[in-house]
Structure formats: C-alpha cells, structure tokens
Write a new protein. Sequence first.
Length: 228
Amino acid sequence: MSTSLELIERFSDDIARQGTLANQQLTVPSCPEWTVGDLIYHVGEVQLFWAHNLLVRDSSKKSALGEIEDPSDDSLAEWFRTCTASLASALKELGNDSPCWTWWGEPLTSGAVARHQVQEAAIHHWDVCLALGNHQALDKDVAHDGVGEFLEVHASEIPTSERPTVIFRSTDTQGIWEVPGDISTSTEIHGSASDLALLLNGRIPLTALDVVGSSTSIQLLLDAIDLS
C-alpha cells in the first residue's frame, strides 16, 4: 500500500485536475450545499490548516492559522495545489512522530494527522468524481483503513450505554470492526470496505448494505455520530 503522503498527493492531484472552470459550478450530490468549487476550497483550507498546525509542533493546543486567501475561480485549482504542497512539505519534514494537536485526541502525532488526511482527500475525491458523473468505489485498502480510523475517531465519543453493539464486516478485505455497546442489541452490517466507509461518512444509505439483525440498532449508532 502507498504511504499516507503518497495517497494524499494522489487524490489531491486528481481533485485539482478536475477543478476546471466548467466543473467548479457543478453541484456535489453527496454534499448538496456545495459546488465542486466550494468543495475544492474546503479541502484546500483544511490542508492549509493542518500544514500550519503540524509545523507548530505543539500537541497541547490548536494553533490559529489566520486569514486564508480567497482565490478567483480561474486560479482555484492552482491555489489548491499549493495547499497540498504545503501539507506534503510539512509531513515530509516531520515524519510520523512529531507532536501535533488533533481535534479527536490521541494519538497527538503528525502520523495520526497524515492518516486522517488520507481519508479527507479520498472521500472528497469520491465526491468530486460523483459530481462529474464518474461514480466509483473507494480504493479498497484506503477504505479498509478508513473504516477503522473513522470508528476510532467518532464512535469512541459515544457513551457505551447509549449505543448498540455493532459489528462491521468487510466482504472484500475480511476486516472486522466491533463497536461495543448493549450486547442485547448486537447487529452486524456486511459490505465492501468502500461501502462501509462511504456509509460511515454519510455518502450512501444503510439500505445499500446487508444488515444481519436490527437496522434500527445500526441507525441509532449512525445518528449518534457527529460529522460536523
């Protein structure tokens, strides 16, 4: 599997390549409040923030980035490439073990940020492809890691007493992830790693996957996850 940095650069490069003036006006079906241009700006803003936050080398507090450039439409793609280059440069300089604040908590390292930014780039690359009519699955290995990373970051915030036990099973990577909770309502959900990751990120409905047990139990878990 490619390194986190290589994956971030690969997905981001394709996002930039598709950010033509004509494409920027397209609505993103999976993020209907955004156009492709809005989405590209969002990802660039996120990458700039993490590039800055990484270089501060302080795990104890979030660092303020300051004002971000508002590029014109015809310079958006190139501006986005500079954002990716800033993030890539910081990750290359720091490696995986440099201290860094994260909004999700431990581990407070540059490696954890890199892992999360792979998913940020992969999911939004999927969004852009969808907007352009190029519906495709997520990279299998990226999606497999994305399911685990998502559950570590988001599901851990939900009190165990307030959620069912849900088991996620990947049919193509043989991954198994258990979100512990009330054992009396244990439910399994089966699907490709891509579909599981897309479900968790709010991109596809629960009905697109196979549920063994109560769909209501899984929906309770999904509803409790804060994607904001």
